[in-house]
Design a protein around this ligand. Structure first.
Ligand code: ADP
Ligand code: MG
Length: 571
C-alpha cells in the first residue's frame, strides 16, 4: 500500500544513492501499480525508468475509444499529451541533478503510435522517466516519497481516470484520427495521391514551431476543377482538392505558398491533432520526400537510369560513394525509396540539385548528351509513372520544361491554388523551340540489393549496442553516426530511437540467408505490426515512436559502413 513504499523511501533517507536499487520491481499504490524497471546510477545520470499501470476497472475508459486501431493510437496519444501537460502542475521536489523530474515522451503535432502508452481491455499503462531525489549523492527519502507517493498518484488520477478527463475533447481526438485514416484509405480507389480539405490551415508558425500560423493564415480553398468530395466515417462528406496520380507540377511566384503546400502534403502521411489545421490533409502512406543531400554516402545503388558514363569510366549500376554530389544523392534517394515501395515522390525545387532537375534546350545545344552523365528528372518522371506506377508531386517555379510531362499543373497565387493544366499544355504545344527528350523509352531497372551482414554490425565486442538520437537529425548506433537531417518526414526523436533499435533488430534477418534489404525491412515492419514497438528491444522502452519502412530504409542507406553484395537481381 501507499504507506509501505512511503515508509521504505523514508527509511532510505541519507543512504548512498545505490540503495535506491532496492526499489526495482513492482509496488502496489492506492489505485495503481508502480513498476520500477531501471534505477539510475546517480542523480546526474539518465533518469530512472518506471511504468504506472491502472486496471480498466478503475480507469473505465470506454471501449469505443480504443476498439479500432486508429482510435486506440489516438487515445494513447491523448493520454500522453494530458500527462505531459499536467506534469508542470505537480511541481518538482528539491534536490541535486535530476531530482524530482517526471518526464514522458513529448509528442509533436502528429498522432503516432508510441511505446509510452498501452491501452487494452484490462489495463492502461504509461511509461515514464523519473529523477529519484538526492542531496549531493545521498538519497533524499522524504522528497522521494513526495515524488512517488504524492506527485505520481496525483498525475495518474488527473490523466488516467475517464471520469476526470474531458470526454468531449477525448472523443474529438479519437474521431479526428479515425476520420483521417478513413480519408486516406479512399485515395487509391479515387486515383488520388493526396487530398487537402477546404479550410485547412497549412502554414506553420515558424521553421522551428510546427503549430499552425495564427490569424494571418489564408485557409485552403480548392480550385473548382480539382474539387473532390470524400466520405467521413459518420457518413458526412468533406470537400477539398484531390491531387491525381501521375505527374503533378506546382508552379507560381516566389513566396506564394508552393513549398508550404508541399510540406503539408509530406506531413499528410501522418494524422494530426485537432486544431492543427492539417487534420484533413491526407497523403498516401508510401509518399516519400526526396531531396539533394551532397556529402551523404551511397552503397551499391543502381542510379544508371539517371546517371551514366561518369568520368574515368566509373560504373553507376552499383554506385557507391562516401561523398555523393547533389545530383547523385538525389538520384540515389529516389531509387532507394522505390526499392522499398514508395508509390509517390515529393520533390521541391528549393532542395533539389538544378542539374538533376533540368537541362534546357540551349544547354543541349552546347553540351552534347554524350558529354553529360546526367539524364535529368524531367526526362524520367513520366516513365516512373508508366513503368512503375510511381507518381510525383513536384514544386517547380523556375522552369517550364516540365509542362510537357505533367498531367496536372497547379499554380499558387497568394496562397490560392488554381488549375492551370490547360494553359500549361497550350504553351508547351505552341512552343517551336522544344528541347529533345533524352530519357530513352523505359525508366530502367530498380535493383533489389542484398546487404552484406558484416557491414551493418554495430556491436563492439559482446556489449549491447548503444543507441542514441539527437532531435530528428541524427542517430548514434554503437560506433556509427547516421545523419538523417535530410530525411524530412521524421517528426519525433522517438522515431529515430525506434529506427536505431530496428536497425539492430533487422540484423537477424540479414544473417538469415540471402535476404534483400527490402525483404528484411518488410519482416521488421511485419513484426512491429504484429507485436508492437516493444519487439524491437529486450528492455522495455517508453521512448519508441512509430515510423515507416521508408524512413528505416533511409537510415540504413545512410549508414556509412553499409555494403552491398556484388550480385544483384532486378525486379
Ligand atoms: P514558395 O515556396 O512559393 O516560395 P512558401 O511556401 O515558402 O512559398 O511560403 C512563403 C511564406 O508564406 C511562408 O512564410 C509561409 O509561412 C507563408 N504562407 C504560405 N502559405 C500561407 C497561407 N495559406 N497563409 C498565410 N501565409 C502562408
Ligand atoms: Mg519554395
Amino acid at each position: 500500500t501507499v504507506n509501505r513504499l512511503s515508509d521504505r523511501l523514508h527509511a532510505l533517507d541519507g543512504q548512498s544513492y545505490k540503495a535506491y536499487k532496492s526499489l526495482q520491481g513492482s509496488h502496489a499504490l492506492a489505485n495503481f501499480m508502480l513498476h520500477v524497471d531501471y534505477v539510475q546510477g546517480d542523480p546526474f545520470a539518465a533518469p530512472s525508468r518506471i511504468r504506472v499501470e491502472v486496471s480498466q476497472a478503475i480507469a473505465q475508459l470506454p471501449a469505443a475509444l480504443y476498439n479500432v486501431l486508429s482510435r486506440r493510437i489516438a487515445l494513447e496519444d491523448y493520454l500522453i499529451r494530458q500527462f505531459d501537460q499536467q506534469i508542470q502542475t505537480v511541481g518538482r521536489t528539491a534536490g541535486s541533478g535530476k531530482s524530482g523530474l517526471i518526464e514522458i515522451v513529448r509528442p509533436s503535432q502528429a498522432i503516432l503510435p508510441r511505446s509510452a502508452a498501452h491501452i487494452s481491455e484490462q489495463r492502461v499503462e504509461l511509461r515514464l522517466a523519473v529523477g529519484l531525489p538526492a542531496f549531493g549523492r545521498r538519497i533524499a527519502g522524504r522528497q522521494a516519497a513526495t515524488l512517488l507517493c504524492e506527485h505520481l498518484p496525483a498525475l495518474v488520477n488527473q490523466t488516467l481516470l475517464y471520469a476526470r478527463l474531458d470526454a468531449a475533447a477525448l472523443q474529438a481526438h479519437c474521431d479526428c484520427a479515425e476520420a483521417a485514416d478513413y480519408l486516406r484509405h479512399q485515395l487509391r480507389d479515387r486515383h488520388l495521391v493526396a487530398f487537402i480539405a477546404n479550410g485547412a490551415i497549412l502554414p506553420r508558425r515558424s521553421g522551428v514551431d510546427d503549430r499552425p500560423l495564427g490569424q494571418d493564415a489564408v485557409p485552403f480553398q480548392a480550385p473548382p476543377s480539382l474539387q473532390t468530395s470524400l466520405h467521413l466515417p459518420n457518413g458526412a462528406i468533406v470537400t477539398g482538392m484531390g491531387i491525381p496520380q501521375g505527374v503533378t507540377l506546382m508552379v507560381g511566384g516566389g513566396y506564394h505558398g508552393k513549398s508550404t503546400l508541399l510540406r503539408a502534403i509530406e506531413a499528410g502521411v501522418y494524422n494530426h491533432i485537432p486544431g492543427d489545421g492539417r487534420e484533413q490533409v491526407v497523403t498516401e502512406g508510401m509518399a516519400m520526400k526526396v531531396r539533394a543531400e551532397d556529402g551523404r554516402s551511397v552503397a551499391g545503388v543502381n542510379i544508371s537510369p539517371f546517371i551514366n558514363h561518369l568520368p574515368q569510366g566509373r560504373s553507376t549500376a552499383q554506385f557507391s560513394t562516401p561523398d555523393a554530389s547533389g545530383s547523385t544523392s538525389q538520384a540515389a534517394s529516389i531509387i532507394e525509396a522505390i526499392e522499398v515501395g514508395a508509390t509517390t515522390l515529393l520533390i521541391d525545387e528549393d532542395t533539389s540539385a538544378t542539374n538533376f532537375m533540368i537541362r534546357d534546350r540551349r544547354m543541349q545545344a552546347l553540351i552534347a548528351k554524350a558529354q553529360e552523365p546526367i539524364t535529368p528528372f524531367v526526362d524520367k518522371v513520366r516513365q516512373l509513372y508508366t513503368d512503375y506506377g510511381v507518381s510525383t508531386i513536384l514544386v517547380m517555379g523556375g522552369s517550364g520544361d516540365y509542362f510537357d510531362v505533367a498531367d496536372t499543373v497547379i499554380a499558387l497565387d497568394n496562397y490560392r491554388p488554381d488549375d492551370v493544366t490547360e494553359q500549361a499544355r497550350a504553351i508547351a504545344q505552341s512552343d517551336q523551340n522544344i528541347r529533345r527528350a533524352e530519357g530513352g523509352t523505359t525508366f530502367g531497372p530498380i535493383a533489389s540489393r542484398i546487404v552484406r551482414p558484416d557491414s551493418i554490425d554495430a556491436r563492439k565486442g559482446k556489449r549491447p549496442v548503444n543507441l542514441k538520437a539527437r532531435a530528428t537529425d541524427e542517430i548514434r548506433l554503437g560506433m556509427h553516426e547516421i545523419d538523417l537531417s535530410a530525411v524530412e518526414q521524421l517528426v519525433e526523436s522517438g522515431q529515430l530511437k525506434a529506427i536505431a533499435a530496428a536497425m539492430v533488430y533487422a540484423q537477424q534477418y540479414y544473417f538469415d540467408g540471402e535476404r534483400s534489404l527490402a525483404a528484411a525491412l518488410d519482416r521488421v515492419m511485419g513484426d512491429i505490426q504484429a507485436h508492437g514497438l516493444d519487439c524491437l528491444s529486450d528492455r522495455l522502452s517508453g521512448e519508441f515512436v512509430g515510423f515507416r519502412a521508408l524512413e528505416l530504409a533511409a537510415a540504413l542507406n545512410r549508414l556509412r559502413s553499409l555494403a552491398i553484395e556484388e550480385a544483384s537481381s532486378d525486379h
